[in-house]
Design a protein around this ligand. Structure first.
Ligand code: IMP
Length: 194
C-alpha cells in the first residue's frame, strides 16, 4: 500500500480523509513521520499556506504529502477573516472569541453572504497539485447548535435554514468545503488524472 503524509496531527481530519480514500493509500501523520515542530504558515493566501506546508514536508522528507488550509470569507468584510480565520480575535484558536468578533463586525450589516474555502496542496512524485472545495452561505445573527467547531454555529449553508453546528457530522461533510476538496483529492489519487 502506498504511503501519503497528511500535514496534520488532527485525528478527526485524518480519519475523515482515510475513510473516503479507502485502502489505496495509507495516511501518515506528521508525528508519525517525526515532524514535531510547528510548520510555518506565513503566506497571505490559503493556496500559499497549503503549498508552504506541503513543500516544507517534501523538502524535509522527500515523500509524497499533502496539506490543507481553510478560511471563512465574509463578503461585507472584504473576505475577512479569510486566511486569518484561526487567529481572528486572538493569537490562539479561540472559537468563542472569533465568533463574538465576527458578530460584532457584522452588527447592523444586511449583506451577510460568506463562504468557507478549503485548499489542499498535494505533492506527488515531486509534482504539485491544488484542489479547492467551497460552500456558500450566510452568517447568522446569533449562534445556534453545538456540533462541529470554529465558525460552525454562525454559518448557514445556502439552501438550508440551520447552521453547520446544528447538523450531524455526516450531513456537514457531504456539503462542506473540506468534504468537497477532499473528494477532489481522492478522485485524483484514485483515477490518476485531474
Ligand atoms: P484550518 O486551516 O483547517 O486549521 O482552519 C483554520 C480555521 O478556520 C479554524 O481554526 C477555524 O476557525 C476555521 N474553520 C476551518 N474549518 C472549519 C469548519 O469546518 N467549520 C468552522 N470553522 C472552520
Amino acid at each position: 500500500m502506498k504511503k501519503l503524509i497528511f500535514a496534520t496531527n488532527n485525528a478527526h481530519k485524518l480519519s475523515e480523509v482515510q475513510a473516503v480514500l479507502g485502502d489505496a493509500f495509507t495516511l501518515v501523520t506528521l508525528r508519525e513521520c517525526g515532524i514535531t515542530e510547528d510548520i510555518p504558515e506565513t503566506a497571505d493566501t490559503l493556496e500559499g499556506n497549503a503549498l508552504q506546508k506541503a513543500r516544507y514536508i517534501y523538502e524535509k522528507l522527500g515523500a509524497d504529502c499533502f496539506a490543507d488550509d481553510t478560511g471563512l470569507e465574509v463578503d461585507a468584510l472584504n473576505g475577512a477573516p479569510g486566511v486569518h480565520s484561526a487567529r481572528y480575535a486572538t493569537d490562539g484558536h479561540d472559537f468563542a472569541a472569533n465568533n463574538c468578533l465576527l458578530l460584532k463586525n457584522l452588527e447592523g450589516v444586511e449583506n451577510r453572504t460568506a463562504r468557507f474555502r478549503t485548499v489542499i496542496a498535494l505533492i506527488l512524485g515531486g509534482k504539485e497539485y491544488l484542489f479547492e472545495g467551497r460552500v456558500e452561505g450566510t452568517i447568522a445573527t446569533e449562534e445556534a447548535g453545538c456540533e462541529g467547531f470554529g465558525y460552525d454555529p454562525l454559518f448557514v449553508p445556502s439552501g438550508e435554514i440551520i447552521t453547520f453546528a446544528q447538523m450531524s457530522a455526516e450531513a456537514k461533510n457531504a456539503i462542506s468545503h473540506r468534504g468537497r476538496a477532499v473528494a477532489k483529492l481522492v478522485k485524483f489519487l484514485k483515477d490518476g488524472k485531474l
